[in-house]
Design a protein around this ligand. Sequence first.
Ligand SMILES: Cc1cc2nc3c(=O)[nH]c(=O)nc-3n(C[C@H](O)[C@H](O)[C@H](O)COP(=O)(O)OP(=O)(O)OC[C@H]3O[C@@H](n4cnc5c(N)ncnc54)[C@H](O)[C@@H]3O)c2cc1C
Length: 472
Amino acid sequence: MSAAEFDDLGDRQRPHLIVVGGGLAGLTAAIDAIDRDWQVTLFDARPRLGGATWSFARKGLMFDNGQHVYLACCDSYRRYLNRIGMTEMSPLSRLAIPVLQPDPSGAAPRLSWIRRNGLPAPLHLAASLGSYRYLSLGERVAIGRAALAIRRLRLDDPHLDTETFASFLLRHGQSPRSIEVLWDLIALPTINVRAKEASLLMAAKVFQTGLLARADAADIGWSRIPLTQLHVDPALGILTAAGARVHASAKVSEVLLDDERRRVTGVRVDGERYFADAVVLAANAESVAELLPAEAGVDTAGIDALGNSPIIDVHLVFDRKVMDYRLASGIDSPVQFVFDATESAGLDPERGQSIAISISGADEEHGERPEVLIDRYRGALAELFPRVREAELIDGVVSREHRATFRAGVGSQRKRPGVATDLSNLVMAGTYTDTGWPATMEGAVRSGALAIATLAGVQPFSTTPSLLKEAI
Ligand SMILES: Cc1cc2nc3c(=O)[nH]c(=O)nc-3n(C[C@H](O)[C@H](O)[C@H](O)COP(=O)(O)OP(=O)(O)OC[C@H]3O[C@@H](n4cnc5c(N)ncnc54)[C@H](O)[C@@H]3O)c2cc1C
């Protein structure tokens, strides 16, 4: 046994868990484990933690790899924020989205709001949708019928995963225009594919939980500080204070099994073996599919077949304030959602405004050169916010995430594994697992928590001092 192996054994009186991957799923699993007084060692292949949520510095300002928002119904993610002491840094605001449409004649853009009032669900949206000016009266009336039909869907009905959301909407009297300027406005940023591709199951989950169950469920929150400072730094503080060992730039290459190949004994990293009582695979789907031993009994081909959907963010820094809203959305414009990121960028609002334009389902834009995207989105932004024309662009940068989320199309549900495997001390975590949610921060945190709850239920893991001796 090497020194590294021995060193990693730590306190033998407490169960020892290895977490592979330090995104939100892995960080949640690690924190939940130390909260149970387990020892934790976490490995992440990259030099930084945070996985799909991370920040970078450029010319004295901070940018996120992608604007991240959550809804009030994201209970598990909110629990994570609370546990790491960051609730106030990512506050919720009442649902109120200004939806802007450029005027082709160059006149001021048109404006309509999607916002809730104080009435109980689903009436909380009725007034704003009833006056949604981009749809005809008939189209607006039809929205209510489709909403009620969505509300009646049973999320445990497997047929929901065999139809697209768009086909369901068309069957329920929605026009193609209504799908484009209303339903996709919500479906695209939450599911990361358009209604014409999205599984009805994922859409039903989003609309039932986020919009139709509780009046305040879709109140929106996002971070006032860079995502790394929000999600990672405080989590690292908690973990290291509890004695957890966190290794970045440490790619796990193999999950180790005992001689009978019935239990996991640890992992291999850079040629070294690290032993533990249990392992949580919280890496992204592709890595997990590669790492899973056949004995885990997981359909890795199904995980691979989930595929990916990209997200791009175009960050534009202007020398002055060009947008008065904190967030807005565009229709008949390449701009889907746009955020005022001045505060999280660390930019003095007296000296300019940092804008993040978020493009979900960005298959077409993904291969475009940054200067092309910056030019296109600056022009599109100017059509929605005319002050952009007079403003000087101080900086522009594009962040791309090719594998931002799994592709939540028809049939995706049956490809998503549960967190448990046939090896009782090996569990998975990550948004691709069957959380019931699309690939979101909520899904990631849920899966991490579920992974630990699953392990805790596996006897004797949580009650015997350690199975390390077996491994030795
Ligand atoms: C641009 C963008 C915008 C988004 N917007 C939103 C949003 O507005 N709202 C929302 O809720 N969600 C959003 N999401 C989705 C959300 O960020 C992700 O679903 C979530 O963060 C995924 O967390 P995870 O822990 O499951 O996986 P990941 O974050 O992918 O973490 C996996 C980790 O495993 C590590 N790893 C991989 N292989 C190995 C290995 N062999 N050994 C060790 N470590 C390994 C990786 O380095 C990574 O850190 C967005 C995502 C992106 C990319």
